[in-house]
Design a protein around this ligand. Structure first.
Ligand code: ZN
Length: 421
């Protein structure tokens, strides 16, 4: 077996994208008489600064020998847009079965998803493992390419995306996809197929807005169901289609951490107590601070997360919450959160049993009294609080979902879920 990893063939200017390059490579392998076992679409750390859009790396698993595969990948990278200085394609060819890569390579994959990896580490490791390298530009694409090679050994939760590509003459022009046909097919196959349409806005999230060759991508837990939904979409002609096995929708980027342990440019799952009432700031962004002992972490639900912000606004100081999301500039950007415990009572000034009016302080440590009736009370009293949120998991809507974030509807969460569809 041979594993070919490739990355960074995306170009903002000409619209090439790495999934397309991988689909082309898979076609070339078949033309050479090889069979393609699967093509992986691996989402890396979404926080990486100089990322290509979506930060995707690809791997083709094939029985074609490594030498012939290397020749084909050279040709594929030549198709990639090396005239764009921001595009630095790289490929790694491993002469082994996908599950048999050295453990150091699998560890590298996990690090590339959760932290930041550099080109020198990737080069050194690829050479140590005896993998062939192909690079263009500054070779930054080697990082994703090696991460894609290690992915099958490193990860165990996989989903699917069926991608339809446009005819080349239409790249960069407005896409012609009938939203009603997308909605109907998505409805019929939900929740096996997810994040196809954002229900509240009606927006077809499966149709990208960038000038890339993708017409639409249908995501889900079953490859056949994704293909069936794609078949039902009415659109401009489809030039090519491919099914990818992917770590999208798996939350594999999240690291469990204590509140005080989080660092910028990674994504975490942390638990704390709401320190202050949530605050809506200019632009409609909602902020809330979690605390754990002396550690505090501001968390934000930005405007594009739409109705999810109401769930954050429904929190109260004292609630126990688990928050998930990427941390940058010391602030966690909510992807989802779980309400663990809700504050159910509050301590308030007592009311007078005779007249029902609010009592007033009788002086420091003197309790409360009603001046009109001369009644008294020892101190504040507990009163039930009406809550508009229940325990369990809440998530941003599909329109604001990161590729790698796991939709609640996929299940496996440690509490009740309130999926946004
Ligand atoms: Zn009174």
């Amino acid at each position: 077996m041979t594993v070919v990893g490739l990355d960074d063939t995306d170009s903002r200017e000409t619209g090439m994208c790495t999934t397309y390059a991988a689909a082309q490579l898979a076609d070339a392998v078949r033309e050479e008489g090889g069979s393609v076992e699967r093509v992986l679409l691996v989402r890396l750390n979404p926080a990486v600064e100089h990322k290509t859009r979506g930060n995707a790396a690809l791997a083709v698993h094939t029985d074609l020998d490594a030498e012939r595969a290397t020749t084909l990948v050279r040709e594929t990278l030549s198709l990639a847009q090396t005239d764009d200085p921001k595009t630095n394609p790289g490929a790694v060819v491993a002469d082994c079965a996908p599950e048999a890569v050295p453990p150091q390579v699998a560890d590298f994959t996990v690090d590339a998803i959760r932290e930041i990896q550099d080109r020198v580490t990737a080069t050194t490791l690829a050479d140590f493992a005896g993998f062939a390298r192909v690079e263009r530009g500054n070779g930054r694409g080697l990082v994703g390419a090696l991460a894609a090679v290690g992915a099958w050994a490193a990860l165990d939760d996989w989903t699917y995306e069926h991608i339809a590509y446009r005819e080349q003459s239409r790249w960069g022009t407005e896409r012609d996809v009938d939203p009603e046909s997308v909605r109907a097919a998505a409805d019929e196959h939900y929740p096996v197929v997810w994040d196809t349409v954002d229900r509240d806005s009606g927006y077809p999230v499966c149709v990208p807005r960038t000038p890339c060759p993708i017409l639409y991508g249908i995501r889900g837990d079953d490859a056949d169901a994704c293909r069936t939904v794609a078949d039902a979409v009415e659109s401009e002609p489809v030039a090519e289609r491919a099914t990818f096995v992917t770590n999208q929708g798996t939350d594999v980027h999240l690291q469990d951490a204590a509140l005080g342990e989080v660092t910028d440019d990674s994504a975490f799952r942390v638990t704390g107590t709401v320190a202050d009432p949530p605050e809506t700031r200019r632009g409609g962004h909602v902020f809330v601070t979690l605390a754990d002992g002396d550690d505090r972490l501001p968390c934000a639900a930005f405007e594009p997360t739409k109705r999810f912000r109401d769930r954050v606004r429904a929190l109260r100081a004292g609630d126990r919450v688990t928050a998930c999301g990427e941390v940058s500039d010391g602030t966690l950007k909510f992807e989802k959160f779980a309400v663990r415990e809700l504050v159910r009572t509050e301590r308030v000034t007592p009311t007078c049993p005779d007249c029902g009016g609010s009592m007033s302080s009788a002086g420091r440590n003197q309790g409360y009294r009603c001046r009109d009736c001369d009644t008294s009370a020892d101190g504040k009293v507990e009163r039930p609080v009406e809550r508009t949120i229940e325990p369990g998991w809440y998530e941003v809507p599909p329109v604001a979902r990161r590729h790698i974030a796991k939709p609640l509807v996929r299940g496996g969460f440690d509490g009740p879920t309130h999926p946004a569809r």
